[in-house]
Design a protein around this ligand. Structure first.
Ligand SMILES: Nc1ncnc2c1ncn2[C@@H]1O[C@H](COP(=O)(O)OP(=O)(O)OP(=O)(O)O)[C@@H](O)[C@H]1O
Ligand SMILES: [Mg+2]
Length: 382
């Protein structure tokens, strides 16, 4: 008896891409994952031809959905990384007028390095990542996003942590996003920021085996089929680690930079180093390192103790020639407010922790603006 996968492949013989090649015979087709009534695969296309491929994607989806036993189909177009600077990218925002140099204007000024096609309307996408799990990445991602918002930027958050999406909890989101116009999703809005989480799209019980292929489809969907509106910065909470899943994500998301979170211990720092190496490998600039759980402030007496050896991340940043973005103490109210779904920057905006996060946010904003600013023209006088 033919498997569902064979049926899908046979069906795809009737759908051709703009290159005239039937999908079943196309080298662009990924592995087809099929089972349990669900079908997932991706088609790798040139970033400049995404529009042309969209109708082939829709036809393929309809054809596969018509197969008996198929309940859901997800087909993602994954854009190939462009070779040269700016190649194969959709039209970008116009260059800024002369003299337009505020950090916010600079953010929208120019594309990042060559990579996957950008998201229309989103000036900069940054990853918050760590080599090691549990170092406070999600906590930093949410509070950094709020800090950037407090600086007057329009910010969105995307939770791409396949292993344990935590934004629904950190932001007390219980509802699911609604679709608009049939296919696009409207993000949930919290603290004036649109939020999407992979947790909205993948059920908690989804077995790990499904997650790999689903993740890329879901990630593409969250980036490109969501009404993000116009954003200055999108903060992406990445899954921990530096394995294949993380590397693929770092390649597929059009990142302008990465913020690495580490605790001060040697073990975490070794993983932070791996994280930095991973982003460098895929040509994503490392914006800098944040030291989380930097020191412990006793909630009772206010006394400070450096239980994990404060300062390790700053020294590591210097050693690796990466900017140091700041430190966040290990503090009971950071954890308690996270657990309540009201991050500390929103809950206690005048407190010392909120100030620390805003200082980190300001460094991130300045780094992004500096990176986006067009290089000054050198005029050679005759
Ligand atoms: N500065 C801090 N002070 C106190 N608690 C913190 C701090 N940072 C994070 N935590 C707590 O540590 C735990 C792990 O944090 P978080 O979930 O942000 O880490 P993570 O790196 O995203 O983890 P994972 O790798 O599982 O995604 C949470 O309970 C969080 O509330
Ligand atoms: Mg997390």
């Amino acid at each position: 008896m033919a498997s569902l996968k064979d049926d899908v492949l046979a069906k795809l013989a009737s759908v051709s891409g703009p290159d005239g090649v039937p999908l079943s015979a196309s080298a662009r087709l990924s592995e087809i994952v099929a089972g349990d009534g669900k079908v997932f695969f991706s088609i790798t296309v040139d970033a400049a031809q995404v529009k042309a491929w969209e109708s082939a994607r829709e036809h393929a989806e309809a054809a596969v959905r018509a197969l008996p036993g198929v309940q859901s189909v997800m087909i993602a177009l994954t854009a190939e990384r462009a070779g040269g600077a700016g190649a194969a990218s959709p039209p970008r925002r116009p260059p800024p007028a002369a003299g337009a140099t505020s950090p916010r204007e600079a953010l929208h000024a120019s594309p990042g390095p060559a990579g996957p096609a950008g998201i229309p309307g989103v000036a900069a996408i940054i990853a918050v990542a760590s080599g090691k799990g549990g170092v406070g990445k999600s906590t930093i991602a949410v509070n950094l996003a709020l800090g950037l918002r407090d600086l007057g930027l329009k910010v969105g958050i995307l939770d791409a942590d396949i292993y344990g999406p935590s934004l629904p909890k950190l932001l007390a989101i219980r509802e699911k996003p609604r679709t608009v116009g049939g296919t696009r999703l409207r993000p949930i809005v919290r603290h004036d920021m649109p939020v999407m989480s992979i947790g909205f799209l993948i059920e908690e019980e989804t077995p790990m085996i499904w997650r790999g292929p689903m993740v890329m489809s879901a990630l593409t969907q969250m980036l490109r089929e969501v009404e993000w509106g116009s954003l200055d910065v999108m903060v992406v909470d990445m899954p921990p680690g530096t394995g294949d899943a993380q590397l693929t994500m770092a390649q597929q998301v059009p990142l302008k930079g990465a913020v690495i979170v580490s605790t001060p211990q040697d073990l975490a720092l070794i993983d932070a180093r791996r994280g930095i190496a991973m982003f460098r490998r895929v040509n994503v600039p490392v914006i800098g390192i944040v030291e989380n759980m930097s020191m412990f402030i006793c909630p009772h007496c206010g006394e400070r103790s450096d239980i994990f050896g404060h300062g390790g991340a700053r020294r590591e940043a210097e050693r690796l020639h990466v900017p140091f973005l700041g430190e966040v103490p290990l503090a009971l109210d950071i954890r308690e407010k996270s657990d309540l779904g009201t991050p500390v920057v929103a809950n206690d905006p005048d407190g010392a922790h909120a100030k620390a996060f805003r200082a980190i946010a300001a460094r991130v904003r300045d780094a992004l603006a500096a990176e986006s600013r067009p290089a000054p023209k050198i005029v050679i006088e005759a």
